[in-house]
Design a protein around this ligand. Sequence first.
Ligand code: ADP
Ligand code: MG
Length: 227
Amino acid sequence: NENLILQSEKLKLVGELAAGVAHEIRNPMTVISGYVQMMNENPNSPYYEYTKLIQSETERIELILSEFLVLSKPQPNQFIPINLVEALTEVANFFQYELQQKSITVNISNEYSHMTILGNKNQIKQVFINLFKNAIEAISDGGIITVEVCKDEKDIYISIVDTGCGISPQVLDRIFEPFYTTKTAGTGLGMVIINKIIQDHNGTIKINSQLNVGTEILLSFPVLMEN
Ligand code: ADP
Ligand code: MG
C-alpha cells in the first residue's frame, strides 16, 4: 500500500530529525553540566541548593537523550555469537555497588553456560542492563534476582525473576509505551528500548508479575544451530 509506505517514510524522517536534534542538544548540555559542577563545588555558596537542583535535572536530560539516541540510532546488523551466561554475569557485576547497597543477591544458573545466541553484543547487553536496573529499582531492601537460561528445540529462553514490588495490571498495560514511568526519576524508555532490540533479534518478551511478590521477565530467541 502506497499510503502506508509514505507514512513509514515520514515516520523515519521524523525519527532521524529527532535523533539529530537530540544529538545537537547534547553539546550545549555538556557545557552547562560542566559549569554547574564547578558552581557546585562550594557548599557554602548561597546558591548551593539551586545548583544542586540544576545538576540533577541536567543529569536527567542527559539520561533521556542517551536513551533516546539508543532508540533512534540505526544499528548495523553485525550479529555475532554471544555467550548468554557470560554477558549476564558481566552486567550483574556492573551493578555490584547497587546490589550491595540494597542487599540483593543475584543467582545466575550455570546449567547452560555454553549457550549462545546470534546478536549485536552491545544491544543484548543493553537489554540485560535495563532489566537488571528495573529489577534493582523494584526491590526496596533485601531481595533476590534469579537468572536462568534454558532451551528447547526451537528457542533459547532467558528468565529474570525479581522479588520486587511487582507490576499492577494497569501498569503492565502501558509498560511498552514511550515515556510511561511510575518512578519520579524514571524516563519510561527502558522497556521501549528492550522491546525494539528484542524485535530486531527476532525474539519475544513475556512478563509475569504479581504485586508485592515479584516479576518474571521471560525472553526468547531463535536457537542457533551450533547449540
Ligand atoms: P523506567 O524504569 O524509567 O520507569 P521502564 O520502561 O524501564 O521505565 O519501565 C516502565 C515501568 O514499568 C516502570 O516505571 C515500572 O513501573 C514498571 N516496571 C518495569 N520493570 C519492573 C519490575 N521488574 N518490577 C516492577 N515494576 C517494573
Ligand atoms: Mg527502567
